[in-house]
Design a protein around this ligand. Sequence first.
Ligand code: SF4
Length: 702
Amino acid sequence: MRVALFVTCLADTLFPQAGRACVALLERLGHRVEFPPGQTCCGQMHVNTGYQRQALPLIRRYAETFASYDAIVVPSGSCTGSVRHQHAMVARRFGDERLARRAEEVAAKTYELSEFLTDVLGLEDVGAYYPHRVTYHPTCHSLRLLRVGDRPLRLLRHVTGIDLVELPDAETCCGFGGTFAIKNADVSTAMLADKMRNVLATGAEACAAGDSSCLMHTRAATAPRGVGHLRGSEPFPVAARRALADSQLRRNLAKVTTTIRAKRARVVGELPDWEELREAGRAIKARTMAGLDGYLEQLEAEFTARGGTVHWARDAIEANQIVTGLVQATGATEVVKVKSIVTDEIGLNDALADGGISAVETDLAELIVQLGKDRPSHFLVPAIHRNRAEIREIFLREMDGVDPGLTDEPRALAEAARLHLRRKFLAAQVGISGANFAVAETGTLCVVESEGNGRMCLTLPPTLITVMGIEKVVPSWADLGVFLQLLPRSSTGERMNPYTSMWTGVTPGDGPQRVHLVLLDNGRTAALADETGRQALGCIRCSACLNVCPVYERVGGHAYGSVYPGPIGAIVSPMLTGIEDNATLPFASSLCGACYDACPVKIDIPSILVHLRARHVEEAARASRVPSPEAVTMAAAAWAMSDPARFAAAQRGGRLARLLGRRGTIRRLPPPLAGWTRARDVPVPPAQTFRQWWAREHRDPS
Ligand code: SF4
């Protein structure tokens, strides 16, 4: 039997591994597979988008390319469906009966892969081994156009080691639909969100499907580009080098982080059950992430039942639109804001400004950052990079009505800010906040802060809008109690937080009477889909990992380019944006592990950093045919080191480096090792390696 592979244009271009796996499988089953190079595309995209005349040459090409084969195997239910049901129909529509008949003949020999295996070869067990939990998404075209029925499932059930779990609501469309995903992007992604929720609910490590296009679509969306502050304008090493040259910044950072570290150590040391508390925090977060969809729905129901309004925002663009629209509906042109990292993540202040609304930051440090036209550089101390003299200068330059005799005494600076903000609080019609926690069982939101300014924002304006990442929900008040112990000791080094504000919907006649909650995804579902990386969503933004990180202490927050700096930023930012948009961040760590020790919810940051590095290397290898010098070096080293004889030979070769040395050191190495010798020497390899010494010393005397 002459078997041809029609790889499809999409798999050929984006998923060549699907074609390679198909060939490997068929060859292992004893078939010689041919790949006719004249093949291109089945024309389905044109037909389904209404361009049937333009599809004609593609249909003709398919018929001509595959006419001489006994069987054509296609790793796509959708393209097989197009060949079978559309080719002849389109040819007839344009009066080409000859092409229609030819198309019918070729279509009769065209098989989707599972059809070929089960119907033509009569196989269900193809000898596959895959010891993982897998769920199966039956794509609409394979299900309804092609009627493959349970053939793919029969094949999957025979895979050795597989734990096949049923996908809830499996037969509902994922929302791809070809150009539907572009022309009706909002509806498409709403359908996708439901599909993703069901896939995640299975706990499967992999979701299998018969169409690469649907699988491509079901990759959860990452945070969009061009909005918000999750991506820097330059790689970490470049930004870090500049930061390192700022000696004032390094002095400020060292002073503040040393002080907070000591305070934290003191109060943590008071608790004999600190480790048990940390474990409880970790366990609650893990349980919450496992049932996140259910807790969010419960939160929505409870919040709504108590008079609040919940809005769901897929990403930063949508969240900004929602908040801007809500403010505009009140007629306000100025809002007061509680310190909130998530609103900085989405670039809310810029979006409000575009809508004619000015946002006033009311946390003292955030106010300094805003007036200084600057960016925050620490969760807890956003103006950590500024000293008192600089703050005085900013106030004198930017603050209306400030006393020209203002000194840089902390009390004087705080009083100037107080007078400035008090006027803003009393006039504000809208307050905007983030939330540290949201209790699902009662729909209660919680903000913790140290100054009391946040409480004024939360209670004085008649309208309150809260933007919250979906990961901030906690199931119950008992769970909240754990975090209210962990957070202040880990962040400010205090036993309890000075101001803990909670509100549950609307209380008639008391506080804001219009209360909104915007639940933000912005790449969090994509992070949730990463089984190793999802731990990062447990972060309670205490900043303990920043304060103990030797890298952060030397470069500060701006070098990370994202609102999430330090060790947690190095894992959260790439997961929200997609690794390649923040590819240098997972490498911004010496893997010392201090962050893991300090984290109150035991996020294993070093392991996630290593995991993300692997994802980056794999994605970069897929994206480029030309390996980087580092990849070539690593591959060569692995080849040499995987065999003792090759390793010994490489060591002998390495001794040539002795020629580069002077007085026992080598001053300059070529790329990719040049970074090492930019700051230090390398010792010249000794004349004899250990293994050579051992071989000589332990020669068998016989
Ligand atoms: S990762 Fe842990 S230590 Fe770092 S900010 Fe988040 S909760 Fe705190």
